[in-house]
Structure formats: C-alpha cells, structure tokens
Design a protein around this ligand. Structure first.
Ligand code: ATP
Ligand code: MG
Length: 633
C-alpha cells in the first residue's frame, strides 16, 4: 500500500477496478463478466456472472497447501471439551453434513435455520448449507420461542438444525422445548425436518417421529457420503441474518456470496493483518454478524485457524481468554467493549499471568468504545487496540484505522477513518447537506455499497429501499441511523443512534456525549442516558447509572449527594443544557443479547409508556431495575 489516502481514494473513484483486483483473492469457478453492475440503484451486483462458492473458498481451497493445519480449534469452558479439526477433518465433517442436508431434500436456494449453541457442529452446518447453495439463517441460540418463531416464519426453512441445549455460566438452557414451541407457533412455516445435535446436557430430548432426526444417527447412516460443491452466481444469497433489534423490529439482512467472500478476504489483510496459518480468536457468537464474518468465514477464507470458544470471559476465572491466547498463539483478537468493561472490573493480574507475545492487535466493535476502556486494555496488553465501527448490514467494518494508514495514529474514543470502499459522509438530516468538521450529523454512505454489504432485506426489496435509502427525497444515501461528528483530521466519533438523539430546547445531543460525561465520575461504572418528554424544553436527559460500589446507595443522603455531583460534572463538561434532570441508580442496565443498551425501552419506561418489544432482552432483571428506580424516586 502506498499511502492509505491514495488507496482509499481509488476505492471510491474506481470501485469496479479496485474490487476487480481484490476479487483475485478468492477462487472463481467461472470468471465474472462485470465487477460492478449498478443500473438499478441502490441495488448493485458485485462480480455479476461469476460463479463461486463460500464453502469451497473457506475449506476445499486450502486442502492442498494446509490440509493438516488446524482450521477450527474448539474450547468450551462450560463443558470442558477442547478439540481441534484440521482443514482435512473440517472438510470431511462439512461435506458429510452437506450430504445429510441433501438427503433431507435441501437444494440450492432452500433455507436452513440454524439455532445452535457454540459448538463445532454449528460451524459445520453453516458451511454445509452454503456448500449446497442453500441459504442459512442463524438465530442466536437461547432466543425465546417467540423470537425464534418470527424468524422461522420469515425464512420458511426446509430444515432446521438445533441442539438439545446451550450452557452459559454453568446453567443449562434446554433448547429443544423452545424449538418445539417455536415450531408450533410458526405453524405452516415450520420446517419438515429438524436435526438435533444431542450434547447430552439434558435428559433425552423429546423427538417427534418423522420430523426430528438425531444428528449422531444421521452421521452413522451417511458416514461415507460426501456432497459436492454447488457453484452459484456471485449474487446468489449465502445467508439471512437479523440485526440485533436494539431499535425495534429486527431486519433480515440478506448477504450475497462472491462480494462477501472478496470483502472478507481483503479485510483480513488490510484491517486485521492476519496471516494464513495463524490463529484468529473472536469472542463473539455465531448468532451475530461478527460471528459470521470473523469466527467463521473471514479466518477460514484466509487459511487461518479460527478459535471457537463457548463460555464467559470470567469463568473459570478472568484469565481464560489470555490462557487461550497463549495456548493457541492467537495473533488477532476480536471482542466487544462490553466484555472489556467486565474484565476491567477483575484483578488485572490475570492479564499478566500468560505469555501474550503472539498477540498483535485487539479489535473491538458493537458499541461505542470509550477512551478509558480503550487506553486501559491497550496499556495492559501492550498491543494496538482498534475500534471497528460497523453494522449487521455492512458485514464488515466501515470506520476504523486500516493497515497502512500513515501515520497510524489511534485516537481513543474514535474508530478513525472511512474504510476503503465506503464513501462515508456526515449529513445534516434536515437539509441533506454534508456537514464539515466539528458539526454533528447522521452517518451515511453514498452508494454503491461495497462488496460484503447487504444486498437487500430478505424478500422485501421495497422495505430495503424505504428503510435505508430514504433519508433525503432528492439523493440516494445509505443511512446508518447513527449520529456522529468528525474532527479536522477526518476522524469520526459515534455519538449514538439517531433515534436516541436528545433535543433539549433546540439543542441536539447524542446519548454518548452525556454518557461519557456521567461515567467520567469516579463512582460510576456504566450509564445509559435517554431523552424524556418535557412540556417546557421538549426533552430533558435522564440518566440511569450503575455505581461501582452499590453499598454507597444504602444511605439516602449519599445517594442524593452523588446525584448532585454527577449533575454538576455534566454541567462542567458539556454545559448546563446537557444536565440530566435526574440520575437514577441501578445495579444493572437492560441490554440486548449482543450486549447493547436497550435505550428505547428505558426511555419508554421513563415516559410512563410500555417498554415495547423485549424479545432481544438479555436479562429481565435489567428492565425491572429501571422500573423500580423510577417508581422509588
Ligand atoms: P437494530 O438495527 O435491530 O436496531 P443494532 O443496530 O444494535 O440493532 P447491529 O447491527 O448488531 O444491530 O449493531 C450495529 C450498531 O451497533 C451500529 O449501528 C451502532 O449503533 C453500534 N455500533 C457498532 N459498532 C460500534 C462502534 N465501534 N462504535 C459505536 N457504535 C457501534
Ligand atoms: Mg441497526
């Protein structure tokens, strides 16, 4: 790379030429006719006419050079199981799994719904599905039956793959009864066949004759069968994946095949700097986009070993991740700010107990990465910590610092610069004008969206256009629904979601601005700020804060004093306009399963409304705490 600026410029000025070069990173069964077809904006086809296959590129292609190298290393701190599959062994598992799916009638274009815990079979199922040109819809394991049912209804899968149970923090969560309930709810949309991987975590699950099939028995029956690759056109869908549901009804993001493979392969080089043969450790779950892109496809497309981990970061102790980094010589690690905040509360000695010299960088995504968290973990690990800003929709990062950025200057609190391929701009929502440095605006991308981004919303093309491209009547801009600002050097800072922007007497404030001011108080561990209706000012901010030392709150006088201090601190940092009208203290915030604060529900409760759709809520206690704190005040 000459300079990042030139590299980026070329990706925007000549997207077809730029990506045609990147496309050489993967195997094409038939070369594409046209790198970019863009005659029906905002829809675009990458590598039109080309034929390829995700599974072939992730597995088969590596057999010759690295057949005996570990492809998938698996560790469960919940069950104590630790295994590893070489590329050759992975190939055997996946091709057999594909044969099993084929035997159940799965053909190109059919959907396979995967509702699984973090076990190797989940990865086999994903790869087996795309091998056949079928489309997977992975639903985060542990979602309640109603959430699962809506996703079944949307995808109408032919086959479902599930397990007897998941396990989290030592607690077994039986999946099969949830699945049975969801299948009943889904009625005629329910798949005809359900493959059950029995981990032996529960009493033998109820198996419905004719519908439910035991995976181990299928493996026996199809032991020597292997399914060939089904080549698909580059724009053939590889999967459907729902957004986290933080702002409301999740959207079924549809991903293509060739563009996705090319984008991920390139990102392994320009963003993550992972080399074939090395080990990549992403602590996410296959139920989220990070899991799809950076547990399964990215590392395997790049010939790396992917480390698949089932368990918490603090069990059996807070050193577990670092123990794995040492043992597997992890070079690239990917996690979320929320997990790092959990570790920050633990004894830092755990970080120094293991040899972490293999590690080159830590990438974090999913929520704003605040400066104190970023600088703490960077100092502890002594490696660069990079904030990746992206969405389920984009499939890979749209803001970060790429390899080759000169000078590679990280500014904590900011993910950095637009990533090659993404023409990211900030817009004034009212006028549609681009805003300059220092002005707040909605983060948008001028299409065509680069390879790897969503093709559409599954079976809802119109909803895709209406949802993402109708920010302005007279120009086509992809809306991220996030609110941001950039500095003189072009570095972006994410200020929160556009839905959560707080409008106090005409001043617009991002939730993040006030949250950072609140959490800079030494007594505060975590906080969510929401805008609450106010007859005088339109809206006023209210804060819900978790304190580091809950004992502090037993004394009403101390509580009141702390509230005053926090309010004074916000006033000092941001001006009185941003002052929270109230600071409520709680032990826990309501979060989604993927670790994001559910501000819309907090806001609804603060305004005396119903909290709305709570299906993505992780722990009901979080929402109960908000309710109680308001009632007590
Ligand atoms: P839904 O779209 O269903 O409401 P969601 O937006 O939480 O849910 P995801 O696609 O999982 O679903 O999350 C993407 C969002 O997460 C981004 O739009 C942004 O709000 C937030 N986000 C992700 N990474 C970062 C980051 N590095 N910094 C700040 N915010 C981030
Ligand atoms: Mg979103």
């Amino acid at each position: 790379m000459t300079s990042y600026h030139d590299f980026y410029r070329r990706s925007i000025d000549d997207p077809a030429g730029f990506w045609a070069e990147q496309a050489q990173r993967i195997h094409w069964h038939k070369p594409f006719d046209k790198a970019l077809q863009y005659d029906q904006p905002p829809f675009r086809d990458w590598f039109a006419g080309g034929e390829t296959n995700l599974c072939y590129n992730a597995v088969d292609r590596h057999l010759a050079a690295r057949g005996e190298q570990p492809a998938l290393a698996y560790v469960s701190s919940e069950t104590g199981i630790e295994t590893s599959y070489s590329y050759r062994e992975l190939h055997a598992e996946v091709t057999r799994f594909a044969a099993i799916l084929q035997a159940q009638g799965v053909v190109k274009g059919d959907r396979v719904l995967i509702y699984m815990p973090m076990i190797p079979e989940a990865v086999f199922a994903m790869l087996a599905t795309v091998r056949l040109g079928a489309i997977h819809s992975v639903v985060f394991g542990g979602f309640a039956s109603a959430s699962l049912a809506t996703r079944i209804e949307d995808a109408t899968p032919k086959v479902m793959v599930t397990a007897d149970a998941g396990i989290r923090g030592g607690k077994v969560i039986a999946y099969k009864p949830l699945v049975d309930e969801a299948l009943t709810l889904a009625g005629s949309c329910a798949p005809g066949k359900v493959i059950v991987v029995n981990r032996g975590l529960t009493e033998a699950p109820m198996m419905k004759p004719g519908r439910d099939l035991d995976y181990a028995a299928l493996v026996d029956a199809h032991r020597d069968e292997r399914a060939e690759v089904t080549w698909v056109e580059s724009n053939h869908p590889s999967y459907i994946l729902y957004t986290s549901g933080t702002t409301g009804k999740p959207k079924g993001v549809q991903r293509d095949t060739g563009g996705y493979a090319v984008a991920l392969a390139a990102s392994m080089d320009y963003i993550y700097g992972g080399q074939p043969g090395e080990c990549y450790f992403s602590t996410s779950d296959i139920g989220w986009v990070v899991g799809h892109s950076y547990i399964v496809y990215g590392p395997l497309l790049n010939g790396m070993t992917t480390l698949v981990y089932e368990g918490l970061p603090i069990r059996p102790d807070a050193g577990i991740w670092w123990q794995l980094v040492e043992k597997y010589k992890v070079t690239v690690m990917f996690s979320a700010p929320t997990a790092i905040r959990v570790l920050k509360k633990q004894d830092p000695a755990w970080l120094h107990k293991y040899d972490l010299s293999s590690l080159r960088a830590l990438f974090l995504a999913g929520e704003p990465l605040d400066e104190p968290t970023a600088s703490w973990i960077a100092a502890e690990l002594q490696v660069p910590v990079l904030d990746n800003y992206w969405q389920t929709e984009t499939g890979w990062p749209m803001l970060t610092l790429c390899n080759g950025v000169e000078p590679k200057a990280v500014k904590y609190g900011s993910p950095g610069l637009p990533v090659y391929g993404f023409n990211v701009k900030l817009f004034n929502e009212a006028t549609g004008e681009e805003v300059g440095p220092g002005e707040k605006g909605v983060i948008g991308v001028i299409p065509p969206l680069p390879p790897g981004c969503m093709s559409t919303i599954w079976q809802q093309d119109q909803r895709f256009v209406d949802t993402y491209f109708s920010l302005f009547p007279d120009k086509l801009v992809y809306s991220s629904f996030d609110w941001g600002i950039k500095d003189q050097d072009g570095y972006f800072t994410i200020l929160g979601r556009t839905d959560d922007v707080i409008n106090v007497a005409g001043h617009r404030l991002g939730t993040r601005e006030i949250e950072e001011a609140v959490s800079s108080h030494s007594a505060i561990a975590e906080v969510a700020v929401v805008g609450v209706e106010d007859s005088l000012k339109g809206q006023v901010p209210k804060a819900f804060a978790v304190v580091k030392n809950p004992a502090l709150l037993d004394d009403p006088a101390q509580r009141a004093a702390l509230e005053k201090e926090v309010i004074a601190q916000v006033a000092a940092q941001l001006g009185a306009i941003a002052n929270p009208a109230r600071v409520y203290f709680v032990n826990q915030l309501p979060k989604t399963r993927s670790g994001k604060v559910l501000r819309r529900s907090i806001q609804a409760l603060a305004e005396g409304r119903d909290p709305g759709d709570l299906t993505t809520l992780d722990d009901p206690a979080g929402i109960e705490q908000i309710r109680q704190s308001i009632a007590q005040a």
